[in-house]
Design a protein around this ligand. Structure first.
Ligand SMILES: NC(=O)c1ccc[n+]([C@@H]2O[C@H](COP(=O)([O-])OP(=O)(O)OC[C@H]3O[C@@H](n4cnc5c(N)ncnc54)[C@H](O)[C@@H]3O)[C@@H](O)[C@H]2O)c1
Length: 437
């Protein structure tokens, strides 16, 4: 049965804490596509299509024609940052897109000016911005963000909003007592509990304002019981963590293939260099630890060493990230994979990916914003596991392991969309063999 989905009338506001490399690459990209001077390559919602029914039916609509998504011409962007640069200035500094291309979009980009951020250097050691809010308590800061949200909605005549965290990676934190219930968390906000990070204050403000929230960085943000409770209470969809780009994207493409062929792996060494502000933040060991934990989980989950001990029990997985300014946003990664095949004979795979991080991340932010808005209009709330496809370290339901395998994630995403539109789910079972017997 088809799910009742509210129409997407009016404008969708995409609110971005963090107006750095990823956010400005997204905004400039959407403006360029709207002008008809570029294509939204890498975006599932804009370029992807979906098979419906039997292969013989030949029904393969584009995703954006299959489910009701906001049109790119109906999007407004809002942002917060701890530096006052507008999107044109920030994009020029980030150096992801050609200056010539940015100049064509200068008037639109200059119009996106960041609101003052909620920031605490304790959580991001390597940054020191002064375009920040001050208030006596964390609850007051959350209220100030809610006021920004309300004002933005009114000034930009938006009918709906979503928020996607695109700000820096915070230091590694594990959920503690203050994160267990909504009551404890709100008490913590009022008492300035030191375990409440700025990203949590943004997530709280979004959810309290009734808008969906996704976390593009590896820090907790909305990944703890109190925030899940609030999301469910306010009937808001949430998702995270950490956009799936670069080396981890490659890992979640290659590892399921090796596993599918029952090839063993006893070592996977990943190292990379990057020189953008994200790299500078990750140069701090405490922020790196957050990223490392996010990246390490994928192989174990895909390879399931407990089920396949002969193939993956002794796998040594090592990840290094090195800040190297000359490369800017153009990350380069090297993977050495030690594998073994028939009778244990050893082989090696080397991957050298000359990647552009923000070019891979920007379309993910767009897809998440559009799909979270769809989820909200479809009455879906809480953790949206069907959006795991977009995340390095997918937030999963309590007591369930996350799904990292890109192809299983895609199947879940596609089947969720089919389910929403009352189409048969596709299992790829070849029933026709049986019919002939
Ligand atoms: N680039 C990628 O491919 C990629 C992939 C996965 C995840 N991410 C994550 O996305 C985030 C953004 O990446 P980026 O390359 O754009 O980084 P960036 O450093 O270029 O941009 C982050 C921006 O956030 C701002 N900021 C920091 N703390 C803030 C706060 N509390 N409130 C408001 N603004 C704040 C910074 O001033 C900066 O302008 C990072 O956490 C990164 O780890 C990026």
């Amino acid at each position: 049965m088809k799910t009742k989905i509210e129409k997407c009338e009016g404008k969708l506001g995409i609110l971005l804490p963090g107006l750095g490399a990823v956010a400005t690459t997204l905004i400039a990209g959407v403006f360029a596509v709207r002008k008809g001077i570029a294509l939204p390559i890498g975006s599932y919602t804009q370029m992807g299509s979906i098979r419906l029914g039997k292969r013989t039916e030949n029904r393969n609509p584009k995703i954006k024609d299959f489910v009701p998504l906001a049109n790119l011409k109906d999007i407004e962007f809002g942002a917060w940052d701890i530096f006052p640069d507008n999107a044109y200035e920030s994009a020029s500094k980030a150096g992801v897109l050609d200056q010539q291309q940015l100049d064509v979009l200068k008037s639109e980009l200059s119009g996106v000016k960041p609101m003052k951020g909620v920031f605490d250097q304790h959580f991001v050691h390597n940054l020191d911005g002064h375009h920040v809010k001050s208030a006596p308590t964390k609850m007051d800061l959350a209220k100030a963000l809610m006021k920004d949200i309300e004002q933005f909605k009114e000034e930009h005549h938006c009918s709906r909003l979503v928020m996607v965290w695109c700000a820096s990676t915070e230091i590694y934190l594990q959920a503690g007592p203050v994160h267990q219930t909504l009551d404890a968390f709100e008490e913590g906000l009022r008492n300035n509990d030191p375990n409440i990070a700025p990203s949590m204050i943004y997530a709280y403000a979004a959810l309290k304002s009734g808008i969906p929230y996704a976390n593009g960085a590896p820090n907790l943000s909305c990944d703890f019981p109190a925030m899940v409770e609030l999301a469910r209470k306010m009937k808001n969809p949430i998702g995270g963590k950490d956009f799936k780009t670069g080396q981890t994207l490659m890992k979640t493409i290659i590892a399921p293939g090796l596993k599918a062929r029952n090839l063993g792996i006893n070592g996977w060494f990943s190292t990379n260099i990057l020189g953008n502000r994200d790299g500078e933040v990750l140069d701090d060991p405490e922020s790196f630890k957050t990223k490392e934990v996010s990246k390490l989980g994928s192989l174990d989950n895909i390879l399931e060493p407990k089920l396949n001990p002969d193939l993956y029990h002794d796998l040594y997985h090592k990840i290094r990230i090195n800040y190297y300014p000359p490369r800017g946003d153009n990350n380069e990664s090297w993977d050495n994979i030690d594998i073994f095949g028939w009778l244990g004979y050893k082989m090696q795979i080397k991957i050298n990916f000359l990647c552009r991080d923000s070019i891979l991340a920007a379309p993910i932010v767009l897809d998440l914003a559009l799909l979270l808005d769809l989820a909200k209009r479809s009455g879906m709330y809480g953790i949206q596991e069907w959006l795991s496809f977009f995340f390095k370290s997918p937030q999963s339901l309590p007591d369930l392991p996350p799904q990292h395998d890109l192809f299983r994630q895609l199947m879940k995403l596609e089947n969720t969309l089919r389910h929403l539109q009352g189409e048969n789910l596709i299992t790829h079972l070849g029933l026709d063999y049986y019919e002939e017997l």
